[in-house]
Design a binder for this molecule. Structure first.
Ligand code: GLC
Length: 500
């Protein structure tokens, strides 16, 4: 079952190697050991913001020099070949899960100070995409169990095991129910981060022992509303849990946002933190980004006009420099606020405006935007696709970025748009509330109401006409600090607090 191995050649030792290496080892002894457990990470595989955070936060923590940061994800077959070919095969073990005994290959790769591990089992992970299979529960139970089982193999027992979202919830649960009684595991502390409370990992209680291998006397930890709820289990089992913005940490105590878990959140409130995500500010940099038609900087936006013109050309929109382009790069699903947009779109398109949409999602939204683009070919470009290159061309070539989410744990697109001098209009929800401040670096509206949104969009469009004021707003947006500098320190403090 093992995927083909590519052993990287070991560098030859020289006589002078030994002393610097020793120093390095001594230094790393003082570092706290952090293990991220997640289902995806950039640059290897990404379906959304989770992967970006795993890739960029791990790098930022490692760069602080205070942590030995490692990340473990499944070896999905869709992991980019350019990386897969370079992975080192470390060996394999067998992992028990109830009556199952499964092969588990372990691969590794070093990148920018972070060690990545990949769990290989072709039966579970050699499939297109990452999620959406009937046996996802079993796949991520195997993954989570493997995370604990590879620790003796690697001789790596982290100080903090930082688990992300429901796919890694069982790692925190197994630590508490099966492993913490063993000497080597007893000091591991678990932190669980909720990136989106909507996806909780819910299964029938019948699967408790047979599939998840959880003993009956621990049922109370994972049982919720008469079924297994893995997110609930992780919240109960971890030392601390967090969400990806302070505002969302408040919101999920409320039934409106909590998708049924508000009572559990409130019960465990004492261990909840909200830390705003950052973005990889080198990866998203208008001065360096090779995907852009032309590069520009916050001090000189003149080439942004080139990006706009070329974008209009690419999308078959009339090349009108004075007409504001409003863009959305989003999953086309209800909680992203698409219902507000469908409600006022035709009204908005009566104005002198161009609207650009990029994303995939629910069929009725895809159909709606495709249909409207046919009706208004000079005003609306609907791109039903997931396309990283085009997304950057849109971020850089448009003027206003719309993100009217019903709920938004953090949201990264509003930050990326800012980095490219594209001014966001957002609803005050979760991380949107924490990152976008009215007139400071964007526009906000409070109520989930289509005409409240339209009012604010029109306010932005009217301000857009005042070139000098708009340039100042673009500058403030593009220079807002969305790097990890601040938030990585907050995680650092949280880890240290857990290790007291
Ligand atoms: C999820 C959330 C999004 C957040 C991202 C990274 O995708 O929906 O708001 O930015 O995770 O934490």
């Amino acid at each position: 079952m093992a995927t083909k191995t590519t052993q990287t050649a070991k560098p030859k030792k020289t006589a002078t190697d030994s002393s610097p290496k020793k120093v390095k080892e001594v230094k790393s002894l003082n570092k706290k050991k952090i293990l991220f457990v997640a289902s995806e990470s950039t640059p290897f595989i990404a379906t959304g913001g989770l992967a970006e955070v795993i890739g960029s936060l791990s790098k930022a923590l490692a760069a602080s020099g205070k942590f030995d940061v490692r990340v473990v994800i499944p070896l999905f077959s869709d992991i980019k070949k350019e990386y897969k070919d370079k992975f080192t095969y470390l060996g394999n073990i067998y992992v028990h899960l109830a009556w199952r005994n499964q092969y588990c290959g372990i691969f590794s790769y070093e990148k920018e100070g972070v060690t990545f591990y990949f769990i290989d089992n072709e039966f579970y992970f050699k499939r297109p995409g990452c999620y959406g299979y009937y046996d996802d529960g079993e796949r991520f139970a195997f993954f989570s169990r493997s995370v604990l089982e590879i620790m003796p193999f690697l001789n790596f027992y982290p100080d903090v095991m930082h688990c992300h979202d429901w796919q890694a919830a069982l790692a925190a649960i197994y630590l508490k129910t099966n492993y913490c009684f063993r000497e080597e595991y007893q000091y591991i502390r678990a932190l669980f981060t909720i990136h989106n409370i909507e996806y909780q990992g819910q299964y029938s209680l019948d699967l408790l022992c047979d599939l998840f291998d959880i003993y009956g006397h621990y049922k109370y930890l994972v049982e919720y509303n008469n079924s297994i709820n893995l997110m609930k289990g992780a919240i109960e089992c971890c030392e601390r849990f967090s969400t990806v913005s302070p505002r969302y940490a408040q919101e999920i105590k409320d039934p409106y946002f909590a998708h049924g878990l508000d009572a559990i959140i409130r019960k465990n409130e004492f261990k909840l933190r909200g830390i705003l995500n950052g973005i990889d500010d080198i990866g998203y940099n208008c001065e360096l980004d090779e995907h852009l038609f032309a590069n520009f900087s916050p001090n000189d936006f003149s080439n942004k006009a080139v990006c706009k013109k070329e974008l209009q050309k690419l999308l078959n929109l009339p090349q009108k420099p004075e007409t504001p382009i409003i863009s959305m790069v989003t999953r086309l699903v209800s909680h992203k606020g698409l219902d507000l947009v469908t409600n006022i779109l035709e009204e908005l398109l009566q104005d002198d405006v161009q609207v650009v949409i990029l994303g995939t999602g629910d069929a009725h939204f895809e159909g709606f935007f495709s249909g409207m683009a046919k009706k208004y070919p000079d005003k609306l470009s609907a791109n039903i696709a997931f396309n990283g290159d085009l997304s950057r061309k849109i971020y850089s070539g448009s003027d206003i970025f719309l993100m009217p989410s019903k709920s938004e744990p953090c949201g990264l697109s509003q930050m990326i748009a800012c980095r490219y001098g594209t001014v966001p209009v957002v609803r005050e929800a979760g991380g949107l509330y924490d990152s976008i401040k009215p007139l400071e670096n964007g526009y906000t509206f409070t109520n989930f109401n289509a005409h409240d949104m339209l009012f604010v969009i029109r306010e932005a469009m009217s301000d857009y006409k005042n070139k000098s004021e708009w340039a100042k707003l673009m500058y403030r947006a593009a220079t807002t600090d969305f790097s990890w500098n601040h938030s990585a320190k907050e995680y650092e403090a949280l880890y240290m607090d857990m290790l007291k």
